[in-house]
Every structure is written in C-alpha cells, then in structure tokens.
Write a protein that binds this ligand. Structure first.
Ligand SMILES: CC(C)(COP(=O)(O)OP(=O)(O)OC[C@H]1O[C@@H](n2cnc3c(N)ncnc32)[C@H](O)[C@@H]1OP(=O)(O)O)[C@@H](O)C(=O)NCCC(=O)NCCS
Length: 183
C-alpha cells in the first residue's frame, strides 16, 4: 500500500469523493459536511491500485496535561478501511505509518476517541485514565463521560504518561472547546 498525506484543502475531486464514500459507509457522514475546523485537517490515505482503500485524518489541538504541560497533539478521527478490504492489516499499516509521520512532523502526542479500543491497543495506544476537561471562554468543565486513547510520540511525553500510572493525584487533560464532538 502506498501512503500519502494531503491537507484537506489540497485534496482533488476524486480523492474527496473516495474519502467521502469510505466515511459515509463507516460513519454515515463525510468529514467536511458539518464542522468548519475539518477544512484544516490533514488526511492520511492508503492507496492500492490507484484507489484510496484506507483513511485517517488528524486535526491540531493543544492538550494541557497535569495543569502545566502544553502538548502539541494530533487528534485522529475518521479511521476506516474499505469494507471489501477489511481484515487484511491495512488500517494497522496505516496507523503505524501515521505514528511515524506525526513523530517526524514534531507532534508530541496522538489522541483519539475509539469506537472499540481493542484494535488500537494492539497497536500500542494506551487508555487515559485521568479526567478530561474542556475549556470554553473563561470556564473549564469536566467531561467525564468520554474515553480517549493516547500515543506518546516524544520522549518527554513517554515519561509524562508513565508517571500517569503511579501518580494519580493531579491527572487531568484539558483542551479547548470545539464544535461537534468535543473528544
Ligand atoms: C476498524 C477498521 C478501521 C479496521 O480496519 P482493517 O483494515 O480491517 O484493520 P486491520 O486489518 O489492520 O485489523 C487489525 C486487527 O484489528 C481487529 N479489528 C478490526 N476492527 C476491530 C474492532 N472494531 N474491534 C476489535 N478489533 C478489531 C482485526 O480483527 C485485526 O485483528 P488481527 O490483527 O488479530 O487479525 C475497519 O474495521 C473499519 O473501517 N471499521 C468501521 C469504522 C470504524 O469503526 N473505525 C474506527 C473508528 S474509531
């Protein structure tokens, strides 16, 4: 499988159409229909025989971890493989490529909200067991109904998250509000 990273605004008509089809099949929506911030997403596509068969995208967020660590985070969504091509390891390959690419691009952390975490955990993603807060204007509120998985990319983050297991006193991630799904 060949991989390409393409900014949302640089997708050509055919690429948009193929991504939309994959996402409609998996999620009943394409990524761009509802939220303006998706226009600035970066797409990773896996291509076989000139067709996009596997896809993920990420948007930029800043996570504040343990109150004082501002972390450049890639928030990953719309992970899907063509229905006819599932179970062949394509999404696993795509996500491994994604982790390498994000590390090269200088992200410190990747994060996502899983539909089912078993698939991601096999690939090394870890559950965040602490609290999740959203900051909106001047207020900050707890969103304890959500679960996210993390993949630390920098040495600093690997160390920070390993403390997470032993020091639960101040375990919180906070990030800015966004439209649509907060996490
Ligand atoms: C989840 C999805 C992206 C996996 O794509 P894929 O290309 O088939 O993935 P892979 O072939 O790399 O699967 C890797 C492994 O995860 C397993 N797996 C796949 N989907 C899984 C799920 N929902 N729950 C648990 N395990 C899953 C596979 O059985 C496989 O296991 P194996 O390595 O032991 O054989 C694909 O099933 C899909 O598009 N689903 C619909 C959209 C979706 O749910 N996306 C995830 C949003 S968070």
């Amino acid at each position: 499988m060949q991989f390409k990273i393409i900014a949302a605004q640089d997708l050509d008509k055919l690429q948009r159409q193929q991504i939309a089809e994959l996402c409609f099949t998996a999620f009943d929506e394409d990524p761009w229909g509802q939220y303006a911030f998706m226009q600035t997403a970066s797409h990773l596509v896996g291509i076989l025989d000139e067709k996009i068969v596997s896809h993920a995208l990420w948007t930029d967020r800043v996570f504040t971890i343990h109150s004082n660590n501002q972390v450049k985070t890639a928030y990953v969504e719309y992970v899907t493989t063509d229905e006819m091509m599932r179970g062949k390891g394509l999404a696993s390959q795509l996500l491994r490529y994604l982790i390498d690419a994000l590390t090269t691009l200088g992200y410190e952390l990747a994060a996502l909200q899983p539909e089912d975490d078993a698939f991601y955990k096999k690939l090394g993603w870890i559950s965040w067991l602490g609290d999740l807060y959203i900051k909106q204007n001047t207020s900050t509120y707890l969103t304890d109904e959500h679960e996210i998985l993390l993949y630390p990319l920098s040495v600093k983050l690997k160390e920070l998250l390993s403390q997470h297991n032993t020091d639960t006193a101040d375990d919180a991630i906070c990030t800015d509000w966004r439209e649509g799904e907060l996490w």
